[in-house]
Design a protein around this ligand. Structure first.
Ligand code: PGA
Length: 256
């Protein structure tokens, strides 16, 4: 049984104070769903405040990116050792970092290895553009991203890795994939993990869907056998919506 994981990716939203107010307001409601892992990924400057506000709860904190070096002349970047003790998870390879900051497959792999070496759990995001999707190359493209991301990652680290399949055309557009489409690609990703590491590891790997996930389509995604949770942008910024997403995941997986 894979424990569902619902992660809110806040992107560049909420000041440190707004972030703390938000988690204070929902932490007791989220505590009602221990059957799912609940993760909040605020901007870097809000991490310490959010972590302190969530102290003593089972709600985890995640960062939205990490560099692979431990220090250096990398203006604006944050090293994995700086996040140690502050976060449990770190999103790596989000399409917005691939598109706007030039993050490549090779860098995703380096970031994932650095995160794991520092005891952080990567949420590795993959997904295709509309152009690739329409050209019928989704499987090939996403497959390549997955192979690259896991290059050299030992099986002993896999329990600490989550994958998020996020078709770029579905992010922030209100246009989500259908549950079946997402399940199909996520099943393919699980197949790659099976090829690389064997069936047991593949069956244990948690793979989220992301891209315009809302309370109204959550059940459709969470009812699919391969989808183990969601990486959520917009809807994770609203108190009621985020709590609803967690509740709907728990219900759809028959864990309530
Ligand atoms: P969205 O973003 O839910 O706003 O589409 C998802 C993401 O980018 O992780």
């Amino acid at each position: 049984m894979r424990i569902p994981i619902i992660a809110g990716n806040w992107k560049m939203y909420k000041t440190p104070q707004e972030a703390v107010d938000f988690v204070q307001a929902i932490k007791d409601r989220l505590a009602a769903y221990p059957q799912a892992e609940r993760v909040i990924c605020p901007p870097y400057v809000a991490l310490a405040g959010v972590q302190a506000a969530l102290d003593g709860t089972e709600i985890a904190v995640g960062a939205q990116d990490v560099h692979w070096e431990e220090q250096g002349a990398f203006t604006s970047q944050i090293a994995p050792n700086m996040l140690e003790g502050l976060v449990k998870y770190v999103i790596i390879g989000h399409s917005e970092t691939r598109d706007h900051q030039g993050v490549t497959d090779e860098m995703v792999n380096k970031k994932a290895k650095a995160a794991l070496a520092h005891g952080l759990r990567p949420i590795i995001a993959v997904g295709e553009s509309l152009e690739i999707n329409e050209a019928g190359q989704t499987r090939e493209f996403v497959g390549k991203q997955v192979h690259a991301a896991f290059d050299g990652i030992p099986a002993s680290d896999l329990a600490n890795v989550v994958i998020a399949y996020e078709p770029i055309w579905a992010i922030g557009t209100g246009k989500s994939a259908s549950g079946e489409q997402a399940n199909d690609i996520i099943g393919m990703i699980r197949g790659i993990i099976a090829e690389l590491y064997g069936d047991e590891q593949a069956n244990a790997m948690r793979i989220q869907y992301g891209g315009s996930v809302k309370p109204k389509n959550m059940t459709e995604f969470m009812s699919q056998p391969h989808i183990d949770g969601a990486l959520v942008g917009g809807a994770s910024l609203k108190e009621d919506a985020f709590v609803d997403l967690v509740r709907l995941a728990v219900e759809a997986k028959g864990l309530s």
